[in-house]
Structures are given as C-alpha cells and as structure tokens.
Design a protein around this ligand. Structure first.
Ligand SMILES: C[S@@+](CC[C@H](N)C(=O)[O-])C[C@H]1O[C@@H](n2cnc3c(N)ncnc32)[C@H](O)[C@@H]1O
Length: 485
C-alpha cells in the first residue's frame, strides 16, 4: 500500500486517535470541541506532534467551496501535503453545464500541481447535464454506462493542468545543483561605472587603472573587467590572484587563448599573504556565499585591502545577509533523519520549494568594503518577525537565508526574494534548521537571535529563538558547523 487515507481527527484533542490510528475510537469524538470550528491546521499540528513529526505522516486536504485567506492557505505548502480532495459540490457550473472552479480554486489547484500534490475527486456527480453533453459531442460510441460519472470533473482538472505555463528553462536547470558564477554582466556594469568615475574622458588614453581580481577562479571576472575597459575606452592593467592551483591552470590557458598576456598577470597565491608589487585602484572579488559573508569574504578582503589604494574602490562595496522564518516539514525531516545534533546545527544550501515563508525577510549582517577602521567581523543581531493575523498558527522549522550585494553604486546582485537579480542561478538559499520546531500563533512575534563568531582558526554562526518559546542556542562555539580560516 503506498498510502492509506484516514479521516481527520475531530477537534485538536486527538491523543487516542494518534495512539491507535487505524482503530475507530469514539472516546475522542465525544470531545466538546468536535462541533466548534477549529483551524484544521491546529488539528493537524496536535496530531503530528503526538506522532513526533513522523516523516511518513502526511496530509490530504479537503477542498471545500469556500477557501481561507491566502496566508492561511500558504502555510500548507510547508507541510507534507500529499493529496487534495475536491468534492463535486465545490465545483461551479459553467454556461454550457460543465463543472468548473472559481478563479481562487483554479489558482490553488495549479499550486498543488507545482508541489506534486495529487488531486482526488470525491462525491457524486452533481452535473448530470455535463455527462450527457460530453457523451454526445465527444464520443458517440461510449455509452452512458461506460463513462465514469466523475469524468467531466477529471477532464476539468486535467484541463487546468494542461493550461499551466511550462516550467521556465531556468527552473528546470536549477533542479540540478549550484552552478558557477552567472553574474559577470552585473560585474561588468559595476566595473564600467567605477572606471568612468576614476578616469575622466580627457585622461582615458594616458591613465592606466590597476585592477585586481582576487579569487579569480576560472576567469569570468577577468573577462568582465576587460570588456568593461573596452566598453568605456579605459586602459587597464589586471592582476588575477587565485589560491586554487587547478583554477590557475585554467586561467593560464584562458589568458593565452585570448592573447591577454600583456594586460593580465596571474598570481598563484592566497590574497591574505600575497605581497603585491603595487597598489590597486579597483579590487574585484566574488567570494560570496548564499548568506553573503558565510564563505569568508570579509576575512579574505581584510587581507586584500592592504594593497588597495586609500581612495580605491572595492567591487562589491557591501553585502547584507537576510533571514525569514519558514515552515518546511520536508527539510526538517531530512535533517532529523540523521539522528544527531550536528545536523540540526548546520546550515544547508538548498533550493527551497516546499516551504511557507511566514514573514518578510529582514536584514541581518552588513559588511562594507573597504572596511571602516579596524571594525571586527563578529556580529550580533536580534530580529522580530510578526506572523500575519490571517495566517493563523504555524510551525517554524527554521530560517531561510539570502544575501544582497551592492557591487558599485546602484548596481546590485542578490537572491533576497523581493529584490532578487532576475535569471540568476548561481546561488540557492541557505537553510538554518531548529532542533525543535516552534509553534507561533496568529499575530504573534517571533524573536530570533543570530551571531557571527570567530576564533583563531574558524568562523561560525550561532542562532536561537527567544520568544514565544526559547530554543537552545544552536552551534555553540561552532561545535557542529564552521568555516575554516
Ligand atoms: C566563489 S569562487 C568565484 C570564482 C570566479 N568568479 C569563478 O566563477 O570562477 C571564489 C574563488 O576565490 C578563490 N579564493 C577564495 N579565497 C581565496 C584567498 N584567500 N586567496 C585567493 N583566492 C581565494 C577560490 O579558490 C575560488 O576560485
């Protein structure tokens, strides 16, 4: 049996139902709450808590003719919903007597399809005319008895599926894994603006700008910088600094192939220890992780800024991480399956899909380059997320993290959902789990604390919730998850 659908528990007191799931137990259904209107999410939540968030416990949603608010519905997309049951009574009738659904229902069904949620049609046919019409117009040979009475409903749901927009190419591509940088266009725009600011037109033919790409990788930013020089008519001298010897081999091949030997010097070194022969006008780097500063960009650039001129420009000039609370029982269960503490104290790079984003994201840590004075790279931020009233209650399984970087002036690059760079698939979001999911009521405030900490050899994050219920501090002293310096 791939699955077994059980009737929903009545009311939120369902201890006995959770204990003996396949045996009908009238005890619980005598509850006083059984007749009062309860938020069905609360029922599901009590039940799954009693079952310890079991990963094989799923939901089949009953879709009635009235739907709750958008936010309330959105919660379910972070839960393990496997099926949606639409009763024939929830269908409307179109001008030709066929069953159809309201616009909101249509939108919801499309969303179900997008999340691989099965649609089940239940009830008796309440559109007898449709059956008749369908038989006459479509297939004369099919007799009334051969045709399933629910066929017109199935046809309609099938029609909704067919008229869905196909998955955009980018989305299909993203189903794989994180790819290399796809953002050189933004960098090229930023370098253009920086070159124009540094070198006025009248000096364009005499002044050479020293540009250093630190962490040059396979060379996309070297190419973008040279293209920017060509576009603006500015003269450039480039240093490509890279610590990975494999990338250095690729870089040498690229420089030779393109005939850039006179302009580009390749430096096989760690930028933190390199003794630069001269100072740079512009420092270009792409050391950002999904959460901005999580791949040691601040520490590496601390090292590189030694050889940036006093009035030099860093591209990026700043970056900020962002966080928002999410319901995602899928991710929570995946983490839990490891059965250890360390996995609950680790951040994961993930294309978050089956999740409900419970409140708008908020900025966490900002780093500016060149760095103001001798500022520490350690950070602490307390955030308050308000769960909208019309969401109802929800479960917070963890936090989705993003970044937004200002490359130069108005040129930015990032994955924070409200400002994300379009058509960019270089970074997925990051997910910080919680050891125990936190229940939040409608209109309640979730208080979250995040730290960026460092020691002589490593950098790490710690996090906890302090309200409505406190969680332990996760990853204390970087015991489970860190990045080595
Ligand atoms: C995120 S990658 C981006 C590289 C390039 N944009 C690309 O797409 O190939 C960062 C690069 O910086 C290099 N890197 C990181 N830290 C470095 C350091 N301290 N010194 C020199 N290179 C470093 C890495 O080896 C890697 O090639």
């Amino acid at each position: 049996m791939p699955a077994c659908v059980l009737p929903a528990p009545k009311g939120t007191t369902c201890a006995n139902y959770a204990r003996i799931p396949v045996v009908k137990n009238d005890g619980d259904s005598m509850d006083a709450t059984s007749d009062t209107l309860v938020d069905s999410w609360e029922t599901w939540n009590s039940f799954r808590l009693l079952c310890e968030h079991h990963s094989q416990l799923c939901v089949a949603l009953d879709i009635l003719n009235s739907l709750p608010s958008e936010n309330s519905l959105a919660r379910w997309f972070g839960e393990s919903v496997r099926a949606a049951i639409i009763n024939t009574h929830s269908f409307l009738t179109n001008a030709r007597g066929y069953p159809c659904l309201s616009k909101r229902h249509q939108k919801l069904i499309t969303r179900f399809f997008n999340h691989s949620i099965q649609i089940i049609i239940s009830g008796n046919s309440v559109h007898p005319k449709a059956r008749l019409v369908a038989d006459v117009s479509h297939n004369h040979s099919v007799s009334d008895s051969q045709r399933h009475p629910l066929r017109p409903y199935l046809d309609y749901v099938g029609y909704l599926y067919q008229k869905m927009d196909p998955l955009p190419e980018q989305e299909r591509f993203e189903l794989g894994y994180r790819d290399f940088l796809q953002a050189p266009l933004q960098y090229q725009r930023a370098v253009c603006k920086a070159l124009l600011d540094r070198v006025p037109d009248e000096e364009a033919s005499v002044k050479t700008t020293v540009l250093m790409v630190v962490g040059a990788g396979r060379g996309p930013l070297v190419r973008a910088s040279l293209q920017a020089a060509e576009e603006t008519g500015r003269k450039l001298k480039v240093y490509a600094v890279e610590k990975n010897p494999n990338a250095i081999v690729t870089l040498h091949a690229l420089i030779k192939l393109e005939g850039w030997e006179d302009i580009v010097t390749i430096v096989s070194s760690d930028m933190r220890s390199w003794n630069a022969p001269e100072e740079a006008d512009i420092l270009v780097s792409e050391l950002l992780g999904s959460f901005g500063d999580n791949e040691l960009s601040p520490e590496c650039l601390d090292g590189a800024e030694r050889f940036l001129k006093q009035d030099g420009i860093s591209i990026p000039s700043s970056y900020t991480s962002f966080l928002q609370p999410v319901t995602s029982s899928k991710l929570y269960n995946d983490v839990k399956a490891h059965k250890d503490l360390a996995h609950f104290e680790t951040a994961y790079v993930v294309k978050i899909h089956n999740a409900a984003r419970l409140a708008p994201s908020q900025p966490v840590f900002t780093f500016t380059h060149p760095k103001p004075d001798k500022e520490s790279n350690d950070r602490y931020k307390k955030m308050h997320f308000v769960i909208p009233n019309d969401t109802g209650s929800a479960m917070v399984h963890g936090f989705a993290g993003y970044f937004d970087a200002t490359l130069y002036k108005d040129v930015h690059l990032g994955i924070e959902p409200s400002t994300a760079t379009p058509n960019m698939f270089s970074w997925f979001a990051i997910f910080f789990p919680l050891r125990s999911p936190i229940y939040v009521g409608p209109g309640s405030t979730l208080e979250v604390n995040f730290w960026r900490c460092s020691g002589p050899k490593k950098v790490w994050y710690e996090w906890c919730v302090t309200s409505p219920t406190p969680s332990p501090i996760h990853n204390t002293n970087g015991r489970s998850y860190w990045v080595g310096l």
